[in-house]
Design a protein around this ligand. Structure first.
Ligand code: ZN
Length: 138
């Protein structure tokens, strides 16, 4: 597999609006997108930090994955996302290497990306997301 860069770091938060305000007022970063990803039951907010993004995640449902995460562990770093070139073949390669996947096939994430999560059991406890930027339509 080929990882190009850290695409983003996902942070689970209880209140997206308040946290955006904190990141803007205190950290001086600019939120450039807020997007709901229904598939994952989250509302996300993105900040560009150099070539890496910070993704804030707020649950849209009381029993969504982010709610469950916060109930168990509190707010905090939820996942790390790496940009890869060919997500489908990367997943096939990881399966062959015995890595446990949460998503066996790419699915739609925020920002028009194809994404897949690897199981933290296989990645030293770090929930790992792989992202492939879909070619922009010009
Ligand atoms: Zn993510």
């Amino acid at each position: 597999m080929k990882i190009n860069n850290i695409e983003h770091i996902g942070i689970a938060v209880k209140n997206l609006t308040e946290t955006i305000k904190f990141y803007e007022d205190v950290f001086g970063l600019k939120c450039y997108a807020v997007e709901e990803v229904q598939d994952q039951k989250v509302r996300t907010a993105f900040f560009m930090v150099g070539q890496t993004k910070v993704e804030l995640l707020e649950s849209t449902e009381p029993y969504g994955p982010i709610s469950k995460f916060i109930d168990k562990r509190g707010e905090g770093i939820h996942h790390i996302a790496y940009a890869v070139e060919d997500l489908k073949s990367t997943l096939d390669e990881l399966v062959k290497k015995g890595v446990q996947l949460i998503d066996k096939a790419p699915r739609k994430g925020a920002e028009e990306m194809s994404i897949a999560f690897l199981h933290p059991k296989s990645t030293n406890g770090v929930l790992t997301e792989l992202c492939e930027q879909n070619k922009k339509k010009i």
